[in-house]
Write a protein that binds this ligand. Sequence first.
Ligand SMILES: C[C@@](CO)(OP(=O)(O)O)[C@H](O)COP(=O)(O)OP(=O)(O)OC[C@H]1O[C@@H](n2ccc(N)nc2=O)[C@H](O)[C@@H]1O
Ligand SMILES: Nc1ncnc2c1ncn2[C@@H]1O[C@H](COP(=O)(O)OP(=O)(O)O)[C@@H](O)[C@H]1O
Length: 253
Amino acid sequence: MIRYRAYAKVNIFLKITGMRGEYHTLSSRFMRVKDLFDTLWFEEKATPEFEIRGSFDCEVHANTIYKAYKHLLAVTRSDKLSSFFESHAVCVDKKIPSFAGLGGGSSDAATFLTMCNEELELGLSLNELAEIASHIGADVPFFVYGYESANVSGIGEVVERFDEPLIDFEVVTPDIQISTPSVYRYYREHLYAPISAEEAARLESTPSRDILAFMSPKEANDLYPSALACYSELSEKEGWFFSGSGSSFFRIK
Ligand SMILES: C[C@@](CO)(OP(=O)(O)O)[C@H](O)COP(=O)(O)OP(=O)(O)OC[C@H]1O[C@@H](n2ccc(N)nc2=O)[C@H](O)[C@@H]1O
Ligand SMILES: Nc1ncnc2c1ncn2[C@@H]1O[C@H](COP(=O)(O)OP(=O)(O)O)[C@@H](O)[C@H]1O
């Protein structure tokens, strides 16, 4: 069976540009962490229930991989798909820490969609897969496209490849479980200051190395000051940037 890599990501910058209903619209640069990834593959099994093999802190129906399966089945209504998972389990060698702001669950879900499309020859286009991905989580579309670096906007469904060399990151993840909704809520209630379309365009045309050289960590990620305010046990790390809603920090190796 072919093994697939579900890479982690960091947010080089993450700026809020407004609201869309309950969700925040953002302008963010996502970049792949090339030496941090989960590995996924399919394995034959005897029992018919949907099965995910791997070390998770949630039960199977809360797993983003299962949510991806349900959405894929609803869209394709494919008997080939449902019967395949009566005889095959999804195996995951989990390396990306959870609740880390590294997109672990989102990356797994996107990789699962890609694996099904390829191995079962579902014939879905990249855009069709990304459309399904947008219903699973805000970060999932980025991982479907598979770009090493991209500008992500909307609430995460607009993904535009950014052409630049990949940067080698060092990532540390303090053992603090940060709730993404809480961090966004605090930002909205206490720190809401959306940037203009012109400022977003300027950031989106700036190479990531320049962002990391000229912006402070708190300027680069609007959710960082919010996470610090929400979690007293989270402390700043001099010279390190904050990824997504956290708790991971990263810097150039
Ligand atoms: C913060 C970011 C930055 O990349 O990722 P992580 O920190 O999780 O890696 C993303 O915006 C998170 O994406 P994701 O983790 O998929 O969020 P979801 O599960 O879709 O949403 C969790 C909750 O976060 C809030 N949310 C999420 C995305 C967004 N653009 N605006 C929001 O307000 C909503 O309250 C939502 O109910
Ligand atoms: N495939 C998955 N991998 C990791 N976590 C998952 C997965 N599916 C569901 N989860 C749940 O999502 C929570 C957040 O994990 P994750 O998406 O990795 O965090 P983040 O979005 O901050 O990177 C986990 O604590 C776990 O309960």
